[in-house]
Design a protein around this ligand. Structure first.
Ligand SMILES: [Zn+2]
Ligand SMILES: [Zn+2]
Length: 383
């Protein structure tokens, strides 16, 4: 049989086209029910591992267990009152699991050390410097220094919900953008991974700066478990994944598809706005909820808000990955030529559908992905 989308010849038993990925058994044209990274999951799903560690899908249980162990260790330390240990484990647990993942899937063959170190340390150091500077010279005393009776202020709100999220995102973009503009690391997956490493590094710096008093406040202190259990989940799991995924979305769009990096395109701008938007929402929620006087309730509400923002980001990052992978396949088909279509060539001008933005095969009368007639926007004389 022949694929109706890319004209590739397929064996009768094919469930998916091996060229463009079209589902041959159902009418799910955009493949919303089978995520390109892991076809047994829908694109709109909250599955964590296939979203933030897309190359780890061969062993998702291992990475899930590693994340749980990292958080579990921080939790045990916190419940024992070993706060310096708990804070450091919460800060560094997710980054460690992520760097082990990069090694494990052999992402950058022989150069994972300096690449990960650059993305991680650069953002960690810059992020810590930014956060310490805001705390030291910022326009407003930080929340931890405020008397309990003090209410929210405009300056405090703008610092927490605008200044820090925007400057923080700029800091998080530097390392990944330097790396993704190098020819060896200009792939969509590379961009996503650099962004996540950078984001979790910033989150680690934030946790250490925010809880500096607990790190230096004595090895064993009595704790309220009702406050510390949600706090460890917030600082040790939700926050790093939230900041990491947000930065990853923007960096994936920067790296883009095909040969070379896409650079500062509209898609990158959109990803950047989404990343900043997620951090603004998170910063605003953390600041305003910070005035809830009951500590366990305060941290619990902050955790819920962070989890909701993270859930939205997970859906977004899956969409970016899915569209990117489907698009790359069609672009490849158009460039090398399939069936009766003429190859566009590696450097030839690629036409894209104006409705779904998928690449068109040469001389296409209809978009193979969504079926829109090319005539709708282009007369025959024009091409
Ligand atoms: Zn096909
Ligand atoms: Zn289309």
């Amino acid at each position: 049989m022949e694929c109706p989308q890319c004209a590739a010849r397929l064996p009768e038993v094919a469930h998916f086209c091996h060229r463009c990925g079209r589902d041959m058994r159902t009418a799910d044209l955009a493949r919303q029910r089978s995520f390109a990274v892991k076809p047994d999951e829908a694109v709109a799903s909250f599955a964590l591992i296939s979203s933030v560690m897309p190359r780890g899908i061969a062993r998702p249980r291992t990475y899930r267990a590693a994340l749980l162990i990292a958080v579990g260790a921080a939790l045990v330390a916190a419940l024992l009152g070993l706060l310096p240990v708990a804070v450091l484990l919460a800060a560094l647990g997710v980054p460690l699991v992520y760097i082990v993942y990069v090694y494990d899937v052999n992402l950058w063959e022989d150069e994972p050390i300096w690449v990960s170190a650059l993305a991680f340390l650069l953002t960690g150091v810059l992020g810590a410097a930014l956060l310490v500077a805001v705390r030291t010279w910022g326009p407003e005393p930080t929340l931890e220094q405020l008397p309990v009776a003090g209410g929210p202020s405009v300056v405090g709100f703008l610092t927490a919900a605008l200044l820090v999220p925007v400057l923080g995102e700029i800091v998080r973009q530097i390392g990944p953008l330097i790396l993704a503009s190098r020819p060896r690391f200009d792939d969509l997956m590379d961009g996503l991974t650099f962004g996540i490493i950078s984001g979790v590094a910033y989150s680690a710096a934030d946790t250490i700066v925010r809880h500096w008093s607990e790190i230096t406040g004595g090895l064993v202190v009595p704790v309220d478990p009702l406050t510390w259990i949600p706090l460890i989940f917030l600082e040790g799991l939700v926050k790093p994944l939230l900041i990491g995924t947000a930065t990853g979305i923007a960096c994936a769009e920067f790296a883009g598809l095909g040969t070379g990096y896409d650079g500062f395109t509209l898609r990158y701008l959109r990803g950047l706005v989404e990343a900043i938007g997620a951090n603004v929402a998170f910063g605003a929620a953390m600041y305003l909820l910070g005035f809830v006087t009951q500590p366990a309730l305060r941290v619990g509400l902050q955790l819920v808000c962070g989890a909701v923002i993270l859930a939205i980001l997970i859906i977004r990052v899956r969409t970016v990955l899915h569209v990117g992978l489907m698009e790359a396949a069609l672009e490849h088909a158009a460039r090398r030529g399939v069936g009766t279509s003429v190859p566009v060539g590696a450097t030839g001008d690629l036409q894209v559908c104006r409705r779904c933005e998928m690449p068109l095969l040469s001389d296409a009368e209809f978009c193979t992905a969504c079926g829109t007639a090319v005539q709708v926007w282009l007369g025959h004389g024009q091409r």
